[in-house]
Ligand binder design. Structure first.
Ligand code: NAD
Length: 312
């Protein structure tokens, strides 16, 4: 696939990250943004980050920083940006109409076989691609922030997407070092956010009902479940946690799981007195001013960087 062109449409946080991931795989990356000057600002930012990563010996791929950067260009004209592209990764604002309009415009400038991929976090493929003439080559490639260290990509098909388009996206994502997973059909929230929201809901209920503090429920994840979940998922965890595997686990714990799950509360509203109290509690140890939040984000990214190294 080398020397092939990927166009990134939208050069904010996620567009920049995708560009860096594709460059690390040796692809030529053309960035387009409809805000004048934004794509060239993105290039300056990517340049800085790629050089810092090289310095920290965390640069991905086999090419040097300067080799990767020589594959990158910015364009203020959409048709120029799309010329020669075999894969388009859309990363514009999370607004349905904006995305629909982008794909309608993109389709006019690319061939039948060009794969059209959206980064949307929570819009359904059948909505995002509803104005596209040929949805067979359309899919969602949902990354996790920051994609350079957290490699999961959820591939979600439109009902008309051809298996070969899913296969191509899977191969591309694997080749550039991401960890793609396929959903067999579209579903609200995809897989990651459905699981994430289930965890958030129970954590919220436990704090709201005064069973545990905010600090302690976060430790339940970071010092407990999260330790294994960085390496093995919940199904493998069950399989390993009984002497004779999953069947054995179910025999031992099925009743307990059913009992506990049957007394989970209703979906939280995430507002009112509980929201005020939980916000106050987290702000006691992480105040929500920019300085404190940036420091914690920096710490998160540093830790993720080290974890990514360990997982390699
Ligand atoms: P962002 O606001 O940082 O960037 C959006 C960029 O798109 C801006 O540069 C803007 O100028 C550009 N843009 C807007 N309309 C455009 C158009 N019509 N044509 C070209 N460019 C246009 O947003 P982001 O955080 O990078 O999110 C982009 C997408 O990625 C969203 O769909 C979001 O849901 C998804 N996503 C975000 C995250 C995250 O954590 N930020 C994680 C996964 C997926």
């Amino acid at each position: 696939c080398k020397e092939k062109i990927i166009t990134v449409v939208g050069s904010g946080l996620i567009g920049r990250s995708w560009a860096m991931v594709f460059l690390s795989g040796g692809y030529r990356v053309k960035i387009y943004d409809n805000q004048p000057g934004q794509a060239s600002r993105a290039i300056a930012e990517i340049r800085k980050q790629v050089e810092e990563l090289q310095e920290a010996q965390m640069l991905r791929g086999n090419l040097s920083a300067s080799e990767q950067l020589s594959l990158l260009s910015s364009h203020d004209d959409l048709s120029q940006a799309l010329e020669g592209a075999f894969f388009v990764q859309e990363c514009v604002f999370e607004e349905l109409q904006a995305k629909q309009a982008v794909f309608q415009a993109v389709e006019n400038h690319v061939g039948e076989d060009t794969i059209l991929s959206s980064s949307t976090s929570c819009l359904m493929p059948s909505n995002v691609f509803s104005l596209v003439q040929n949805p067979k080559r359309c899919l969602i490639s949902h990354p996790v922030n920051p994609p350079y260290y957290v490699r999961l990509v959820e591939l979600v098909p439109h009902p008309a997407t051809l298996p070969k388009a899913m296969d191509m996206a899977f191969e591309l994502m694997s080749e550039v070092g991401q960890a793609p997973v396929r959903l067999r059909r579209e579903i609200d929230g995809f897989a990651l956010n459905r699981v994430q929201y289930a965890i958030i809901a129970e954590c919220w209920r436990l704090v709201k009902d005064n069973v545990i503090s905010v600090k302690d429920i976060d430790l339940v994840m970071s010092e407990g479940l999260g330790m294994r979940y960085a390496f093995i998922g919940p199904i493998e965890t069950m399989h390993l946690n009984a002497p004779n595997g999953l069947e054995d686990y179910l025999g031992r714990y099925r009743e307990g799981m059913r009992r506990v799950l049957s007394n989970f509360g209703p979906t939280p509203e995430f507002d009112g007195e509980a929201a005020t109290r939980i916000t106050e509690e987290i702000c006691e140890f992480i105040p929500s001013d920019q300085e404190n939040l940036s420091a914690r984000r920096e710490r998160r990214d540093q830790l993720l960087m080290r974890l990514a190294k360990l997982k390699k």
